[in-house]
Design a protein around this ligand. Structure first.
Ligand code: ARG
Length: 461
């Protein structure tokens, strides 16, 4: 019956309005396998404390195994009268182990320490899956970078042409950002590999159960050091919601570039037919919907983070039912990333770059002006003077509708006597790229090193 976990002091069952608001099985059912694993560990600890005989422990484990199989096959499902995943599974256990034995498992634990532990377990697995999908996207970006080692493109600041860069360097920048997201997932996992079992409802357990055994059996490193904090903290969820939102934002920056790069104005890249969509009215259209959805979903994941933080703000200790609102945002963020990441990976892997177009645009907008200034500095000219002289070159070229390398030797010398014809060595894209050879720069030799390092991190294809 409804309220099966707490009916003792109640003279009536819950009103339909109460039950409708309270029920959470439509989303917390994802915790079921973790709930059963934790129940098996808890049963062992009850037996170790003398609260279950060896025979009862064997019967309990067998019943829990049957329940796990029935949950996995879909044979056992939550009923409309089950309040949450924990109530549903107790009903399922009692149906398999009998009321007497099944009723013993709840000793020494509360749904509060249960859910705080199970949710961490669920999120750890989800974080691992998402991390694997990020590696796939990094691999696709890295494959493209390695396939175009010498391709130049305009590098931009303020979205204006700034200096030429290698396409591989640009793609590797996204791989770097995604790598930090993976680092954050790993770091998050280490910090929150903690079991709250033993915290009870909030004050701890009096039954001499060893919480370390439960933690160990669940693959968690430690036990929470404070039962109030153990049952009421949800910073682990908020922190992961941030990592997921940051990841979505990082993905959205590449997505936005794909949208721009595939326009007629840019013409830097073409989408594979399998990773693009058409228009119901305009026959010529090929739309970057994957990139757009990825961009849009980032807003949704930011919402999941801010919504959860708003739920947590000013909540008094310890457990409050508000905390049940902690699950849907993260479950949604995981689901969205599990859709976005594979699609972005496929789209990236099948993108065709027009390296000729990109190379032609690389020197446009006088993007070699900085090279002129820095060449002058290498000849001993103070940078302030060099910057003025290079600016004058741009002005002269622009006002006469020419490029920098169209200026004559006389015009250059007229602007500044230090501008000898030797300056032409940096007035090419290749010369400019090769000269930016500090660590992390876009010089081909540095980019090759960078790609090798990233490949070692991301793994072989
Ligand atoms: N379903 C609840 C949650 O997700 C856990 C149960 C705690 N309920 C309670 N009345 N103490 O937070």
């Amino acid at each position: 019956a409804a309220g099966a976990l707490w009916g003792g002091r109640f003279s009536s069952g819950p009103a339909p309005e109460m039950a409708a608001l309270s029920v959470s099985t439509h989303f917390d059912w994802v915790l079921a396998p973790y709930d059963i694993a934790a129940s098996k560990a808890h049963a062992s600890v009850l037996a170790a404390a003398g609260l279950l005989s060896d025979e009862e422990l064997a019967g309990m484990h067998a019943a829990l195994d049957r329940l796990a199989a029935d949950v996995a096959s879909g044979e056992f499902q939550p009923a409309p009268t089950d309040e949450d995943v924990h109530s549903a599974l107790e009903r399922g256990l009692i149906a398999r182990a009998g009321a007497e034995l099944g009723g013993k498992l709840r000793a020494g634990r509360s749904r509060n320490d249960q859910v705080a532990t199970l949710y961490r377990l669920y999120l750890r697995d989800a974080a691992r899956r998402v991390g694997g999908l990020v590696l796939d996207l990094q691999t696709a970006l890295l494959d493209q970078a390695e396939a175009h080692p010498g391709a130049a493109m305009p590098g931009r600041t303020h979205f204006q042409h700034a200096q030429p860069v290698l396409l591989a360097h640009h793609l590797a920048a996204h791989v770097q950002a995604l790598g930090r997201d993976v680092d954050r997932l790993v770091d998050w996992d280490r910090r929150h590999a903690v079991s709250a079992y033993g915290s009870g409802a909030l004050a701890g357990s009096s039954l001499r159960l060893d919480p370390k055994v439960v933690a160990h059996q669940l693959g968690l490193d430690r036990v929470t050091g404070n039962s109030i904090d153990g049952t009421s903290a949800r910073d682990f969820a908020a922190e992961l919601a941030f990592v997921f939102a940051m990841l979505a934002v990082d993905i959205s920056r590449w997505a936005e570039e794909v949208v721009v790069f595939t326009t007629a104005e840019f013409g830097y890249a073409r989408l594979h037919d399998a990773f693009a969509t058409g228009s119901s009215i305009m026959p010529q259209k090929k739309n970057p919907d994957i990139a757009e959805l990825a961009r849009g979903k980032a807003g949704r994941l930011i919402g999941n983070l801010t919504g959860l933080l708003a739920t947590l703000k000013a909540l008094p200790l310890a457990y409050n039912r508000d905390l049940q609102e902690d699950k849907e945002p993260l479950i949604d963020s995981v689901a969205q990333l599990e859709l976005v990441l594979p699609a972005m990976t496929g789209m990236t892997a099948t993108l065709t770059f027009d390296t000729g177009r990109m190379a032609a645009m690389a020197p446009a907008g006088f993007s070699l002006a900085t090279d002129v200034a820095e060449w002058l500095v290498r000849q001993g000219v103070p940078f302030r003077v060099a910057h003025e002289a290079a600016g004058a070159c741009v002005s002269r070229a622009e006002s006469t509708g020419r490029d920098l390398d169209d200026l004559t030797d006389e015009e250059l010398a007229d602007i500044d006597p230090a501008l000898t014809p030797q300056v032409r060595e940096v007035l090419t894209v290749a010369g400019s790229l090769a000269s930016r050879d500090a660590v992390g720069g876009t010089a081909p030799v540095r980019v090759a090193e960078q790609l090798a390092e990233l490949r070692a991190l991301v793994g072989a294809d």
